[in-house]
Design a protein around this ligand. Sequence first.
Ligand code: ADP
Length: 165
Amino acid sequence: MGKIAVYAGSFDPITFGHVDIVERALECFDGVILAVAADTPKDALFTVKERVEMAKVALKDKPDVVVENFRGLLVNYVASAKATVILRGLRATSDFEYEFHMASTNKNLNPQIETLFMMANKDYFFVSSRTIKEVASLGGSVKGLVPECVERKLKERFHALKERR
Ligand code: ADP
């Protein structure tokens, strides 16, 4: 088995910023596991099953990528996947403090596991799942920022939520 990186996050939903990180990681690693956190805040828009499904569709043309969900401590999941690298993306300095704390905590929990950071692509550094959801909820276009399956799913979800009101 080659060198595997675990790209972990909420992916609520996956964006082209995330896909770009996966593509660039494949230049550095033999394989990437995109690990979708099942223990995410209650305000997640999509269930873990939906988030995994959208990521699978978005990455279906990449044979060296596996999409899974995980529960509990990320370092335990990484060790169980026989990987030693956690991959995270950095957009602006505003990401830094949180990421620094997470990486330090994970290092303390398991010193064998290294966290690596990749800078966001300049085309996507302003893209976050949160703003994507905000724009979509207000009827704005998110074309070119998220995979098509995500665009459709966002439309469906916000349409259904509106109908319920
Ligand atoms: P979190 O796990 O903090 O909920 P996300 O699921 O949104 O974060 O993203 C997972 C990882 O991808 C994080 O390291 C985040 O900083 C990074 N990321 C998010 N959006 C982008 C982007 N547009 N470009 C590069 N990295 C990103």
